[in-house]
Ligand binder design. Structure first.
Ligand code: ARG
Length: 457
């Protein structure tokens, strides 16, 4: 097959090497963006009279027809199309003849691919951002539905202090909100127009990069042609961003796996998001949560691929960079699927209120309340901590919990206790007392939710 670059070659490309170096199967994903880029490029070349008005019109017409073919999935790719850029150019020449060969004036595939990737990522970032908002709405819904359900808050996976489930869930709202913020920042660096850098040095034609940028909706153009064709930071940034997001989703998934286990039983998952076992009839598995947790590994893998790909590349463009696409596309698709699946999983979650009550009745998570009580009566916190530690020890030895203790039992440990101490041994009173900013009392959580809602508007 004849190549666009074969002028200086005596031999044709080995067929296996042709297959080896082709990326059409992967970068076909960029077809519409490649056309958008070409359309802007040819309009710009026409405007600055590098291409005549007549030729511009013919090329534009051809490109617009190819865009139709692509959206109807009618464009056929051949195994000899090296990449999406060559495939579209080949088709253009098939359609409008030799004039099509003028399209690539003042352009290289090196700046072209950078453009395609930026256009693609811009769209995907907007979509991902909407999916995060949807996820956040689900969090708010579930938090509101279960606004005053108390769960044992865990540190070191041990009962620490009672917290509201709604407060726990809103922690994830905050994590996602930071993700959204970081994504916005990442978008700024994606949203810069690379076209006009050419292969490395720019071009000798008097092009109008700002005009092309305007046509494509970019607020700025890149500064340095060498950096432009060798930069994949914007992709690394997005996939780094994705890795942090996946870490958050994976932690939520892990909580869900644990909380829905028989041993914990805090929550129950909806049948519609669980699967059974092919062997054990009793099983109901939290697959969605497990898969999200598992898929985080894929995204981290893509991040490592990209770092390894770029770390020792000499400036400027190197063909190695073609390998960035599988990693980028996979990260984008994985993130989108996990956001959708995670929101579905969460939206049908049920809390086992009786079980939670029973669990909280049989733990020591109000011990800090007793220590704080003593502090209010004038004892130093360290001393109070030690004393309550002895009370807990006493309970364990006597098979009791704090709420089983009578006023006189408390009194035997310290004269600072009055008979109101028994009111401090319930999870509800513990929750109520946590009114410090950001704490778990009902009033705070309601305010958090209201603020969250207004952030989503
Ligand atoms: N397909 C290549 C990529 O994805 C772009 C083409 C650049 N090829 C070249 N020989 N300069 O990075």
């Amino acid at each position: 097959m004849k190549k666009s670059w074969d002028g200086r070659f005596k031999k044709t490309l080995d067929p296996f090497i042709e297959e080896f170096s082709s990326s059409i199967d992967i970068d076909v994903r960029l077809a519409e963006y490649d056309l958008q880029g070409s359309i802007a490029h040819i309009k710009m070349l026409g405007k600055v009279n590098v291409i005549s008005k007549n030729d511009t019109k013919k090329i534009l017409h051809g490109l617009e027809e190819i865009l139709q073919e692509i959206s109807k999935r009618e464009l056929k790719y051949t195994s000899t199309d090296e990449d999406i850029h060559m495939a579209i150019e080949r088709r253009l020449v098939e359609k409008i003849g030799k004039i099509g060969n003028k399209l690539h004036t003042a352009r290289s595939r090196n700046d072209q691919i950078a453009l395609d990737e930026r256009l693609y990522l811009r769209d995907e970032i907007s979509e991902v951002s909407e999916l995060i908002k949807g996820f956040q709405k689900t969090i708010i819904n579930i938090a509101q539905k279960n606004i005053d359900v108390v769960i044992p808050g865990l540190t070191h996976m041990q009962h620490a202090q009672p917290v509201l489930f709604s407060h726990y869930l809103m922690a994830y709202f905050n994590m996602l909100d930071r993700d959204k913020d970081r994504l916005k920042d990442c978008f700024k660096r994606v949203n810069i127009m690379p076209l006009g850098a050419g292969a490395i040095a720019g071009t000798s034609f008097q092009i109008d990069r700002e005009y092309a940028a305007k046509l494509l909706g970019f607020p700025a153009v890149t500064e340095n042609s060498i950096d432009t064709v060798s930069d994949r930071d914007f992709i690394l940034e997005f996939v780094s961003w994705s890795s942090i997001l996946m870490m958050h989703l994976s932690r939520l998934s892990e909580d869900i796996v644990i909380y829905s286990s028989e041993e914990f039983g805090y929550i129950e998952l909806d049948d519609s998001v669980c699967t059974g076992s092919s062997m054990m009839p009793q099983k109901k598995n939290p697959d969605v949560a497990e898969l999200i947790r598992g898929k985080s590994a894929r995204v981290y893998g893509s991040l490592m691929t990209l770092f390894t790909l770029m770390k020792a590349l000499p400036l400027s463009y190197n063909r190695d960079m073609q390998e960035d696409k599988p990693a980028l596309f996979d990260a984008v698709e994985t993130v989108k699927m996990c956001l959708k699946a995670g929101a579905k999983l969460l939206s049908n979650i049920k809390l086992n209120k009786n079980r939670l009550k029973n669990i909280l009745d049989k733990d020591f998570s109000c011990a800090t309340e007793i220590a704080d009580y003593l502090v209010r009566q004038g004892m130093a916190f360290r001393d109070a901590h030690k004393l309550v530690g002895r009370i807990v020890r006493y309970c364990i030895d006597n098979k009791k919990y704090l709420r089983d203790l009578t006023y006189s039992e408390f009194k035997s440990f310290s004269s600072l206790f009055s008979n109101d101490i028994v009111d401090f041994t319930s999870p509800r009173s513990s929750i109520k007392s946590k009114s410090s900013p950001g704490g778990t009392c009902l009033k705070n959580v309601k305010a958090q939710i209201e603020k969250a809602k207004s952030l989503l508007k």
